[in-house]
Design a protein around this ligand. Structure first.
Ligand code: AMP
Ligand code: MG
Length: 365
């Protein structure tokens, strides 16, 4: 679950840059030990509410981290559900059930491109990445997982073995070789929930950022849009800022996160195409803007796996099915692609974006 803090810090830089005119009585809360292997940053908080905001962040993120952590044991969390696969149902929190139901919905919705029941395959890549990163540190290449092993694991990634009993509040994985990995949706969900709690407790104008998952609450007091950075996949800077007025979520999935270099010099990253069991390679990053952060998180991972054209079709369908909401996206690609979307060249890459973002992207040219 290791994610670089760069995205968070980039957002800081951008948001700081445009907060010069906000009253000096606001400040940021930085939480480096709130779980999810990332730095949580909350900006534009009234100074006299700093302690309260920090407590909310700690409370919310640590609680959700315990629920969704797959590497450390917590009572009733995903770790335990995975450990009990093939043995017995595990009583769990309603939030875990909520996220699982959403993840299952996205599995169907994306024709399997987003698959949180792919733990068996993702675990193999996780192990290869850990070993690969250690080898890279010594100047050696990492190894690519064996295809036969991956395909064997892929036989245990169907949702039919995930039994969610809403009434009993339990989850049972009937296939002992199957497991869950909610890494593609959990952080967005947690960020959305934390933002909701902040709103309930009276925080009306702030921005919460958790490893590439940004949630904006309310409008800035000077009427200017929030600016959320899109990281340069080839470097540590930003290529663009999404200028967003009002509440919403902006979530990015990219191939520059958690990756190692293999024997052929190729970078192997953490978003896996369920069809090939290999890292998806259509694009370098996808940024999704929606109302709900869990939706944005699941969609950005799904769009990263899909071709741009299939991704556009998915967004079209999503809009039809959610007429009261919105969804927009920006892709960064190595190669040009065939689409009618808005486009520009930037940082040696090709950017494409949907209509709703036209005029809302500040390219760092
Ligand atoms: P994100 O950074 O939100 O795109 O999520 C990436 C994380 O989601 C990975 O680290 C895995 O834990 C998980 N993941 C990787 N590939 C997939 C996929 N095809 N569907 C669902 N989750 C995935
Ligand atoms: Mg995601």
């Amino acid at each position: 679950m290791k994610k670089s803090v760069t995205a968070t810090l980039l957002c800081t830089a951008l948001l700081c840059g445009c907060m010069k005119k906000t009253p000096v009585s606001t400040q940021s809360v930085l939480c480096a030990d709130c779980g999810f292997d990332t730095v949580i940053l909350l900006q534009n908080i009234p100074s006299d509410q700093y302690a309260q905001a920090e407590e909310i962040l700690r409370d919310e993120f640590l609680r959700y981290d315990a629920m969704f952590d797959i590497y450390n044991e917590h009572d009733g969390g995903i770790y335990q559900i995975n450990a009990m696969a093939g043995k017995e149902p595990v009583k769990t929190a309603t939030e875990v059930i909520d996220v699982l139901l959403k993840a299952k919905e996205y599995y169907t919705y994306t024709d399997g491109a987003f698959n949180a029941a792919m733990g068996s395959v993702l675990q193999i890549w996780h192990n290869a990445r850990e070993a690969g990163l250690a080898a890279n540190k010594e100047g050696k290449p990492g190894e690519i997982p064996d295809d036969t092993v991956l395909q064997e694991a892929a036989a245990h990634t169907g949702w039919d073995s995930i039994q969610i009993d809403e009434e009993a509040g339990t989850v049972f994985i009937s296939d002992p070789d199957a497991s869950l990995d909610l890494g593609g949706i959990a952080k967005g969900y947690a960020a959305g929930k934390a933002a909701q709690r902040l709103a309930e407790e009276g925080f009306e104008q702030c921005v919460l950022s958790a490893g590439g998952n940004v949630v904006m609450l309310g409008e800035k007091e000077n009427g200017k849009p929030w600016r959320i950075g899109i990281q340069d996949p080839n470097g540590s800077g930003v290529l663009a800022a999404v200028e967003w007025t009002g509440s919403g979520a902006v979530v990015t999935s990219g191939d520059y996160e958690r990756c190692y270099t293999g024997p052929d010099g190729t970078r192997y990253h953490h978003i896996i195409d369920p069809q090939t069991c290999m890292p998806a390679d259509h694009c370098r990053s996808v940024t999704v803007c929606t109302e709900d952060a869990a939706d944005a998180d699941a969609l950005s991972t799904a769009l990263f796996v899909l071709s741009v054209q299939d991704g556009e079709a998915l967004l079209e369908k999503w809009r039809e099915d959610h007429p009261d909401s919105f969804v927009e996206a920006v892709w960064l690609l190595e190669e040009e692609t065939d689409t009618k979307m808005h486009t520009t060249g930037i940082g040696g890459l090709h950017a494409y974006w949907t209509d709703g973002l036209e005029g809302k992207l500040d390219w760092n040219k």
